[in-house]
Design a protein around this ligand. Structure first.
Ligand code: 3SL
Length: 250
């Protein structure tokens, strides 16, 4: 009998898209806790057919206007605010069943959709928030692949606390639940793991402490968004890229 040994998993974390080397990783996980990847996960949970992501607004409009008007929803934000002429902003609470069921969402956000575009050449590309951390981690485990690139979206090229927290949460889950070795390949991810150990029992507090959390607070009442984005492991959805720029539930 030949015993199959699970391969070692190597995890690397980049906290901004600009640092990501021009390679095509086997698995890439994009995180934008506040709020793009949380919104993507909830939209798919609520029955959205697919989400096509765009860094650029003109390309989004060009593609969206070619789509059947009854079947499309344009969603996104700039600077945290809904884009003029769009159907929805970027709140995970807005992507209700009524709003998205069976529809193609055309989405552009300040940072999250840019990060997804940056690693769109990966063989497997997943979007992760805290609500679907376990689902994404289990998917990674099932793929039995060696190298995983984790990308935090940050804010306009700078570090973000909440994305690093989620990177640490993912690494922590894998270390606890994978039967073989998990290597943390860079200091960014070691720091993210430490961050998770400090804040894992006060995720909401961490999101509100983060600069982007404070930015949202200054724009209005985002209490329910914070609560939604701070939930852990409550969604069984794995948002996966199925063709360049198009994400579906897997
Ligand atoms: O930057 C992004 O992609 C957004 O998630 C930011 S916001 O929370 O919608 O302001």
């Amino acid at each position: 009998m030949v015993l199959e040994i699970d391969p070692i998993i190597n995890l690397t974390y980049y906290h901004v898209a600009n640092d990501v080397p021009e390679i095509s990783p086997n698995i890439a996980v994009v995180i934008d806790v506040l709020r793009a990847t949380t919104t993507i996960s909830w939209a798919l949970k609520n029955g959205a057919d697919s989400i096509q992501v765009f860094a650029d607004l003109d390309s989004l409009k060009e593609s969206a206007f070619r789509w059947n008007a009854d079947q499309r929803v344009m969603i996104g934000e700039r600077g945290g605010k809904k884009i003029e002429g769009f159907d929805l902003g970027n709140s995970p609470l807005s992507v209700t069943k009524k709003a998205v069921y069976g529809k193609r969402l055309f989405m552009s956000t300040t940072n999250g959709t840019r990060s997804l575009e940056k690693v769109q050449h990966a063989n497997h590309l997943f979007a992760m928030g805290l609500p679907n951390r376990r689902a994404v981690a289990e998917k990674i485990i099932s793929l039995k692949s060696k190298n995983v690139l984790i990308l935090g979206s940050g804010w306009e090229g700078s570090y973000s606390l909440e994305d690093s927290l989620a990177a640490g949460a993912l690494a922590s889950y894998l270390k606890k639940n994978y039967h073989s070795e998990v290597n943390i390949l860079n200091d960014e991810l070691q720091s993210a793991l430490a961050l998770w150990q400090i804040w894992e029992n006060d995720i909401l507090g961490c999101l509100k402490t983060a600069t982007h959390g404070k930015r949202l607070t200054s724009l209005g009442d985002y209490e329910e968004d914070f609560k939604c984005c701070a939930q852990l492991d409550c969604l069984d959805i794995v948002p996966a890229q199925v063709e360049r720029g198009v994400i579906r539930a897997s």
